[in-house]
Design a protein around this ligand. Structure first.
Ligand SMILES: [Zn+2]
Length: 96
């Protein structure tokens, strides 16, 4: 599944609810899910880790969709030719 297809799927599943909840509420849910992902890094439950990654992506796609951001084209535009700063694959920026 392409990122654009995932965004369309999430829009079909949750679009109406996301629009009712709005940008701020949806952003808060994304933050919450990110917290859950971080928490699951502390355990060694691989199934749970997979679920949390999927949830973070779903909320990110919801938020992008609410703001009319096509995440696939935004990602390709930003990273499609390598590191946005140095333009290399792999990145050759000095490590910080
Ligand atoms: Zn770089």
């Amino acid at each position: 599944m392409r990122i654009s297809e995932a965004q369309e799927l999430i829009r079909k599943i949750y679009g109406e609810r996301d629009r009712k909840r709005g940008v701020k509420g949806t952003a808060l849910h994304l933050g919450e899910e990110l917290g859950e992902l971080f928490r699951s890094l502390r355990t060694s439950d691989d199934d749970n880790l997979r679920e949390e990654f999927a949830d973070v992506l779903a909320w990110l796609l919801s938020l992008a969709d609410l703001l009319s951001v096509d995440l696939e084209s935004a990602f390709v535009e930003r990273y499609g030719k390598g590191c946005p700063k140095c333009g290399s694959i792999p990145c050759r920026c000095p490590e910080v």
